[in-house]
Structure formats: structure tokens, C-alpha cells
Design a protein around this ligand. Structure first.
Ligand code: NAD
Length: 410
């Protein structure tokens, strides 16, 4: 099953439970608009490389399309469509005034020089720029794209349209980026976990956490979880994993990764193969790497009680069925990975009001919004006896459908 088909299955379950009318199901089960482009990049050696790029605008009933852009060698239109749908449900669940979109370029950015990466970022914005705008489509960072890339894309857009920092979020501070944006996805996921841990009557100190993926989202999550008193006992990246049942010091693991290029070989723990991390005995597994990392073929290894989805679509529906059958709780991505888009919204709000907020203010608002959404999902899940994912989708889908109806169909 393709990634989009799988996520569409989550929507269809919700449409069924909510009794959505057939035309609404039709509208919400496919993207509103998809753009496929060529991204032509003059290379340092004088040659020209052509990479396929996409921007999918899934649904804009509740506001401008909103979603990241990724640079990765495995980007496909199906995958971008899947993430654009997830963004639609995520922004609705958090009650942000946005719709959902996503973009990507099929390229291995690790093989590019900095100058080539800048040209790639500018050419992508050039190719999709006519769809972008502060009230139309607001892009953001995702896998292998960071504040630098957002800065280049912002500049490219401004050359034609003028000063509009609200067209893109996750920008450098110097261009109107928000304090707290870098840590937002990890922090938001931790706020969500912390609220659930309180609900279950667990203590932070006794909650053993393993984190798969040590990039932006995973490394912030691990460092903040450690600061908040959780026991982070395993961390992996694409090259390997490091485990210590007594607890790791994530900020030291990060220093090691910055020095050597990987978490593997960290002196404070035992080094394992990257995929061995899932089998580590822990309370919470946090997939924060790529999609489909927990699948039918590796789900049997998992011994944790909770999966906190920080990556987008990290657990396939087949794997989720197995986990649910074993009493494992899955906290859905549209809730637990929403911190990034929440602070993107706060950045966009600061930009549109020409304001700059203190970091504490941003973090407080993020915590408030993540806690409110987590509580709404817990309440709905208990009231209707559905899983956390089903409860989250039901809240989100109902909101998008309500906005569509309110706008009328003509
Ligand atoms: P990133 O590129 O900074 O980090 C990805 C990490 O995953 C890297 O450390 C990489 O080594 C690791 N990885 C790749 N394959 C792996 C494997 N097989 N085993 C273990 N680790 C592996 O990306 P990111 O921005 O942190 O995003 C990670 C996930 O979180 C993605 O699914 C993304 O869509 C999602 N997400 C990110 C944000 C955000 O604001 N950055 C927001 C919401 C969701």
C-alpha cells in the first residue's frame, strides 16, 4: 500500500464514523491541486542537473495551504500527497487557521555543494512561486531543509514580489524567523507525551524513552526529554544506534554526532546497528526519522508500551493493527508531531503583525496549544471508545468538513 493510500484509510475511517456526506468524502479524499515541476540546477562543474519537484495543496478550506518542503533522494508524488493530507488534518486538529500542503524535490542534498544547494532552493521557489503567498500557501522546513534554505527561498520570492516574510516559516531570525522554531517539533511532542504520562499516572524518571532519528526533531526531543527528567536510553541515526539502560546524555550524544557524523561509537553507551534500536526494552519509542519505519516486517521486535509518532506516518496501518492487538498505545503524528506547524503559525502571526515575541512567550503558547489538543484527543477517545488516532482524525476531519460546508459549494 502506498503512503497516501494508507493515510487516506485513516480519513475514510473517520468519514465513516462521522457519517460524512458522499460529496464531502469525495472532496476530502484527494488533493485539491498538485504541481509537478522540473528544478533545473546549474552545477559547479558547468553541467546542468534536472531534479523532479512537487508542491501538493491538499485542502485550503480553513486557511492558506501550509506545509514543509523536503529534499530527499526518495521523494515521490505519492509521498508528498500523503504528507499534504497529514498537514490538513494536523492544522485542523490544532485549530490553526491553515489548510494542508507539502513539497519536495527528489535529490540527494548531501551530494551538493553549498552553492548548488542554494541554487536548488531558489530554483524550486522559482518553479512553484506562483502558487505561494502569505494568504495562499506558506512553506516551511522538513527533512534536509533548514533555516538557511528558507532564507534563500524567501529571498527568491521577495525579488519578484517584495518583502513578505509571511510566505515562509522556519526562516533565520534575521529575516523574521521566530525564537523557538528550531526546537518546536521536539518540544511539542514532549508536551504531548508529558500530558499523557500524567494521564496514565507514570513518573518522568521511570519512563524510559528511545529515539529513532537524531536530526532536528529527534535531537531536540531527546535533549528536552532529558532536561525534563525522562530517561533517554537509546538514540539512533541512519548510521547506527547507541544504547545505555542507565540513561544517555543526549546533549553529549549530539556533540559526538557533530564531531564524528553519527551517534554510533558514543563512549557513554553500547553501539548497535540502527535497526536494532526498535527491539530495545523501553516504555516509549519515538520514531523521529522517516515514514514507514515501523512496518509489518519489524513490528514484532517492539517491546515498548507506547509509540509517540514524531516523524510523519512512521507506523503503517498493518503494524498499527499488530500493536493495538498487543495493547500498545500509538500517539498519532497529526497530534504528536504538530509542534513545528504550531510555531510556524506563531511565526506567521508575528510576521503578519510586524511583531517579535520573546522565546518564553512562544514556548508558552506552544505548550498551551499542544496540551489543549492532547486533552481534546484523550477526552474524545474515552468518550467514544476509539483509539487516539481515530479520535484525532475525527476532530480534525469534522473541522475541515464544517469549514467546507460553511464556504458553500458554488
Ligand atoms: P532531519 O533530516 O533533521 O533528521 C532525520 C534523522 O533521521 C537524521 O538523524 C537521520 O540520520 C535519521 N535517519 C534516517 N534514516 C534512519 C534510520 N533508518 N534509522 C534511524 N535514523 C534514521 O529531519 P527532521 O526535520 O528531524 O524530520 C524527521 C521526521 O519528523 C520526518 O518524518 C519529518 O517529516 C517529521 N517532522 C519534522 C518537523 C520539523 O519541524 N522538522 C515537523 C513535523 C514532522
Amino acid at each position: 500500500m502506498g503512503a497516501f493510500e494508507a493515510v487516506r484509510g485513516f480519513f475514510q475511517g473517520s468519514a465513516e464514523r462521522l457519517g460524512l456526506e458522499p460529496e464531502m468524502r469525495e472532496m476530502l479524499s484527494r488533493p485539491y491541486r498538485e504541481l509537478a515541476v522540473q528544478v533545473r540546477v546549474p552545477m559547479d562543474d558547468g553541467s546542468l542537473a534536472v531534479f523532479p519537484g512537487y508542491r501538493v495543496q491538499y485542502n485550503g478550506a480553513r486557511g492558506p495551504y501550509k506545509g514543509g518542503v523536503r529534499f530527499h533522494p526518495q521523494v515521490t508524488l505519492d509521498e508528498i500527497r500523503c504528507f499534504a493530507a497529514l498537514m490538513t488534518w494536523k492544522t485542523a486538529l490544532l485549530d490553526l487557521p491553515f489548510g494542508g500542503g507539502k513539497g519536495g524535490v527528489r535529490v540527494d542534498p548531501k551530494l551538493l555543494s553549498e552553492a548548488e544547494l542554494e541554487r536548488l532552493s531558489r530554483r524550486f521557489m522559482h518553479a512553484v512561486g506562483h502558487l505561494v503567498g502569505p494568504t495562499r500557501d506558506v512553506m516551511a522546513p522538513d527533512v534536509n531543509t533548514d533555516a538557511r534554505v528558507m532564507g534563500w527561498m524567501f529571498d527568491q520570492y521577495s525579488r519578484h514580489v517584495g518583502w513578505h516574510p509571511e510566505i515562509i516559516t522556519g526562516k533565520p531570525l534575521a529575516l523574521g524567523g521566530s525564537l523557538g522554531r528550531d526546537a518546536a517539533t521536539g518540544r511539542g511532542a514532549l508536551v504531548c507525551l508529558d500530558r499523557l504520562v500524567r494521564e496514565w499516572g507514570w513518573s518522568r524518571e521511570e519512563t524510559r524513552v528511545v529515539v529513532q532519528g537524531f536530526g532536528n526533531a529527534g535531537s531536540w526531543f531527546a535533549r528536552l526529554a532529558d532536561e525534563w527528567g525522562y530517561r533517554v536510553i537509546g538514540i539512533s541515526d541512519s548510521k547506527g544506534a547507541v544504547v545505555n539502560p542507565g540513561g544517555l546524555e543526549p546533549h553529549m550524544v549530539l556533540a559526538h554526532k557533530r564531531e564524528t557524523g553519527s551517534v554510533a561509537g558514543f563512549y557513554g553507551g553500547e553501539t548497535l546497528e540502527a535497526d536494532e534500536l526498535l527491539g530495545v526494552e523501553a516504555d516509549v519509542i519515538v520514531p523521529a526519522a522517516l515514514e514507514e519505519s515501523i512496518r509489518a516486517d519489524n513490528v514484532d521486535r517492539i517491546r515498548a508500551k507506547v509509540i509517540l509518532e514524531v516523524a510523519n506516518y512512521p507506523v503503517t496501518p498493518e503494524a498499527e493493527q499488530v500493536l493495538l492487538g498487543r495493547g500498545v498505545t500509538v500517539v498519532p503524528d497529526i497530534l504528536s508531531s504538530a509542534g513545528g506547524v504550531v510555531v510556524s503559525y506563531l511565526e506567521w502571526a508575528q510576521n503578519t503583525q510586524h511583531e517579535r515575541w520573546r522565546e518564553q512567550e512562544v514556548n508558552d503558547r506552544l505548550a498551551e496549544m499542544m496540551t489543549a489538543a492532547t486533552e481534546a484527543v484523550i477526552t474524545r477517545s474515552e468518550r467514544y471508545e476509539v483509539t487516539l488516532r481515530e479520535a484525532a482524525y475525527d476532530i480534525a476531519v469534522a473541522r475541515v468538513a464544517e469549514a467546507e460546508r460553511a464556504r458553500g459549494y458554488w
